[in-house]
Design a binder for this molecule. Sequence first.
Ligand code: PHE
Ligand code: ZN
Length: 853
Amino acid sequence: MSKAETIYLKDYKAPQFTIKTCDLVFELFEEHTQVTNLMSIERVDARAKDLLLDSIDLEVVEIYLDDEKLSEKRYVIEDEHLRVLDVGDAFKLIIINKIYPQLNSELEGLYKSGNIFCTQNEPEGFRRITPYLDRPDVMAVFKTTLVADKERYPVLLSNGNRESNFRLDDGRHGATWFDPHPKPSYLFALVAGDLGVVQDKFVTASGKYVRLYIYTDRGNESKCKHAMKSLKDAMKWDEEVYGREYDLELYNIVAVDSFNMGAMENKGLNIFNSAYVLADEDTATDANFMGIQSVIAHEYFHNWTGNRITCRDWFQLTLKEGLTVFRDQCFSADLNSKEVQRIEDVDALRERQFVEDASPTAHPIQPDSYMAINNFYTATVYEKGAEVIRMLHTLLGAQKYRKAMDLYFDAFDGQAVRTDDFLWAMSEAGGIDLEQFKRWYHQSGTPKLHVDEKFEDGKYSLTLTQKVPKAVDGSEQKPYFFPLKMALLDESGKEIEAKTLIVSKESEEFTFKVEKKPILSINRDFSAPVIVEQSHNDYAFLMKHDTNSYVRYESAQSFGLQTIESMMRGKPIDEEFVKAFGLILDEEKLDLSFKALLMELPSVSAIMQRQEVVDFEMICEAKERLQKHLALTFKEKLLGIYSENHTPDSKELDAQNIGKRAIKNRALKHLCALESDEVIAVANAQYNNSVTMTDRIAALDVLENSSPEFSAVALGHFYKKYNRDTLVMNKYFSILAASHRDGTLDRVMALQNDPAYNELVPNLVRSLIGVFARNYKHFHAKDGYGYKFVADKIIDIDKINPQMASGLAGSFKIYKKMNKVNKKLMRAELQRVLSEPSLSKNVYEIVSKILKV
Ligand code: PHE
Ligand code: ZN
């Protein structure tokens, strides 16, 4: 077994050498690729004698030092390094090496996605292409020449601007690219393929002309419109909100089907998972359209927050990711509905990050150690990281925040820096002491905020107590500094007082002068990523009357949670909740997407997070019972909402139509609990008449979970229509893998042999296996077969793509909280995984941490 070693931030050492320029030539062939890498290198640390380059699985052919060919005595090929002995102060090094992209299934370095050559180098993929100082604090100017067969690979791309094209006489051709901006190797990219292209342009605020290109498999060009519009919207937004323009004449995006993550911000040449580029109404849901808008923007925003100012080392990852997620969240909020966007972002945080933060793999947004850095592209580093930036934005206010960002860009443009440098700019321009605030970067776990209220002779007092969890290693952690938006409301919902409290002590009291006992609206807009603990009976009131839409939603959720929990303790259904739910259905003036959110019951995960010992059977039973009761009580109203908003022929993507689809599909989902022929007929008709993928998927989901017969027919039709469209097939596999019907595991196992399925394509693995591993009913089945299946897949897929495998292992993160029966079953499977010979360090890190508790 690979006994993975742990890497610590405290061991960081500045590079001993630096690379000024890197000229690369790639000769792409069907079996191998030859790389010629010419670097101009300078010594930084006078004590250094040998040059130690990162190098994994590379076949070194020849090395030249200042034009002299080196004999094999002058260099050593070590495990993951190439050591060049006794080098000078400044020299040219040429390395010629061979790689095999066609055999690369890890999808790091240079690989093939279908017939397209492409790269993925963040965080440490470049060392799988050529020997290099593969660390973000070494920044070089890159020039890249690609040579390939002209017919198979007419399109040849790399970073920056194209300098020249040339033809060779053997049917091959080439192109040379030059990127004037020094950059770390993780931002290097190349693409070669036979691609279709969509073209547009953007004129920057200062009048510079930028050509925009989106490349995709031929035939998909018409599906790039939304991505292109999103790109232009993002470029404009960054100019307006942050005063930042694009800095090259060219912006290229390439969509590929095999990609480990969402997308990658390589300088001037973004490479995208095609799921975040391609969309039309027939094949993509409304949620897909939103996802594309935000990922396109995210990668674009990286050009300033990530590329021009990059990370000193990978422990600083949240410097670029937390900040860039915050930027893309604000962008989406500005372009769509602020209220809905905020609720969805908070929801996503709680579903993924809170679970992680409560698990043995919890880590600070700036971790201090790792085994596999690939395991740290987490909800914590990204989404919690964004919440931390949002708190700074709240603390400073929009104006000073912008001043601080300007200072950050002024001070660090072109450099590789640390989160401390960012905080320095915030503190300096914000005029605020952030010493205590820094704990958000170094402590893990979600703090709880206990709220005690008291009202006595015109004085209302609020006692807030922070309960900061222990770190994973058992050590104590300290109270946080954060902004807490709150308001006091009168009995009509009017704000008597609204302010932002600064919370910094373990326990502190805030007092207010008021005439009558007010109603508290707390953590408005989710101003701090904490769990509020409060016992009160005001949920129904806040659901209906709060002027803050986030708190309205939050109160509906909390009330739902309280109701389901009391049902799990054997109590009857709380009719007050049922009444409050009914009042929401009656509201006529609400934004439809927002109303659809208010109608949502707490997720199984949200219920699970509040249990000390988790039993999914009990949770699902109670939730289903509540759902059925609501559906029975409000059948007519829900049917009314459905028919009022069901306009089967419209496929427009404006807020009104998106809202109509959201609310009618929510009503349908509620009605599904009735398991009645009437509802099945409605869903079936919706499927048959649908003109959008949103409606089709919503109908299929209802049919699959309520009628095997109708589901079989509809899914059969769906398969026939879309089996050659892999992005749509992802949805097909997901519906089946998430199904609550009996026999789901058997069907999932069989689907692995479906011609549309391919274990080498991460999206498909995530849709089938990943979704199954989040199917509470079947993954956690008490016969243990769900666990066994996923453990088998972790072992298999680890041999293909360790990053995918460790992602799947994440579904075992809740191990610690499971009931005895499930825990025992889980443990056996995790141990089996851990005892696999030659397990990757990725999976080893996750599984060994889970088992440690
Ligand atoms: N840097 C990418 C992003 O967040 C994510 C990514 C990481 C993509 C590692 C691929 C590999 O925008
Ligand atoms: Zn990012």
